[in-house]
Ligand binder design. Structure first.
Ligand SMILES: [Zn+2]
Length: 378
């Protein structure tokens, strides 16, 4: 299935997303940022009446737009023709400058980048999806054209349209332009570590970040348990912080954050710690995560389950969130996963024991590895 149309007649807009299975993992050591440049060159967000948007991820590029229901067909054809139009040299030059400024203003997060290097060292998964100015500057028009010819092809593409639109005007166009599925370019064969700790020193402040890999592609549909676990971990963080304060490690702040990649998702606990007691603090924190089950109580579980339900129900009324959800599933896992018919029942069935088992499996800093092809750990 190369396109998916999900109609909701009560929506006031429609959302189009075109995913290509190619991203920064298809860059090379010397050409980091190429996928990002391709994304910019092909999609001019300020071009014309409609607003187009585009983003580069590690393993896919996505081009999207939102519009009024009656404009859906016209916008789809415009977006499609942009992606297939000849690449102008002037535009290429201009976008390299845009990216130059973008990277100066938003340089890659150093802690995250360090984690990526530790977790995915020597594989393209460690590339920052935005690239680096030192390399972007040397990219050529030919690099861009070659990347597009290799990867941004109709048979390496998934289109998802959601919200309110006229199916009769859209379907013939999609059927004509999207031919058979070909096997997606094979993902990096990197093995995914289960966790890593990154220490970072900024003036007299030391931060410690625990990165936990939460799922591999093969477990991508275990979303209900993962969402509940993440919400429980966020809920339990104040208890963890109190425990550290009591032990006088000088922790005065705590950040938690989830980073998702298509290959795996990360849950990241960040601690700011007294630099004189870092080693002790790491020991305490590791111990705490080893006994995480104690912190994952039934009360937290019930609240996290309600919160997950609430978040998903809110998504359901948003065409843009829905097109994102389905497109990502299609391009990454090559299958459709429906929130209402697949996820809600799975969420309902999830028990605290499931969450404890998941935590036991993932929240470890032991260097165990997951093979993304098979999902097996070793
Ligand atoms: Zn950009």
């Amino acid at each position: 299935m190369n396109y998916l149309l999900l109609k909701n007649d009560t929506a006031r807009t429609s959302s189009i997303r075109i995913f290509f299975r190619a991203g920064s993992v298809n860059d090379t050591d010397q050409k980091q940022g190429l996928a990002h440049v391709v994304e910019h060159v092909l999609c001019d967000p300020s071009g014309g009446y409609y607003e187009f948007d585009a983003e580069t991820y590690k393993e896919y590029l996505v081009f999207s737009s939102e519009q009024l229901p009656q404009d859906t067909g016209e916008v789809l054809e415009k977006l499609w023709s942009k992606l297939n139009a000849p690449i102008s040299y002037l535009r290429f030059r201009k976008e390299k400058e845009v990216i130059h400024t973008e990277l100066l203003q938003h340089p890659p997060d150093l802690t995250l980048q360090t984690a990526m290097e530790v977790l995915f060292g020597n594989t393209p998964l460690m590339y920052s999806s935005g690239g680096y100015n030192e390399q972007v500057i040397d990219l050529t028009l030919n690099d861009v054209a070659t990347f597009r010819d290799n990867y941004l092809t109709p048979d390496n593409c998934k289109v998802v349209i959601t919200g309110n639109f006229d199916q009769a005007t859209i379907e013939p166009f999609l059927a004509q332009n999207l031919t058979q599925t070909r096997t997606s370019p094979s993902p990096s064969s990197a093995q995914i570590p289960r966790g890593c700790i990154v220490r970072d020193k900024d003036s007299d402040l030391e931060t410690i970040n625990f990165f936990y890999s939460l799922f591999s592609r093969s477990e991508y549909l275990a979303q209900p348990q993962i969402s509940i676990l993440i919400n429980m971990l966020i809920g339990s963080s104040s208890a963890l912080l109190n425990q550290l304060l009591r032990k006088n490690f000088g922790v005065y702040s705590l950040a938690e954050q989830t980073e998702y990649y298509s290959e795996c998702g990360f849950f990241n606990f960040g601690f700011f710690i007294n630099p004189n007691r870092t080693d002790e603090a790491i020991g305490v924190l590791e111990n705490m995560f080893a006994n995480i089950k104690k912190h994952l109580t039934n009360e937290l579980f019930e609240r996290a389950k309600q919160r997950t339900l609430f978040e998903w129900q809110r998504w359901l009324s948003d065409p843009s969130a829905i097109s994102w959800w389905h497109g990502e599933n299609l391009i990454i896992a090559n299958r459709s996963c429906d929130i209402e018919t697949d996820l809600f029942p799975a969420l309902e069935k999830t028990t605290l024991e499931d969450i404890h088992a998941l935590a036991q499996k993932y929240l470890t800093t032991q260097p165990t590895y997951i093979d993304p092809a098979t999902g097996s750990a070793h």
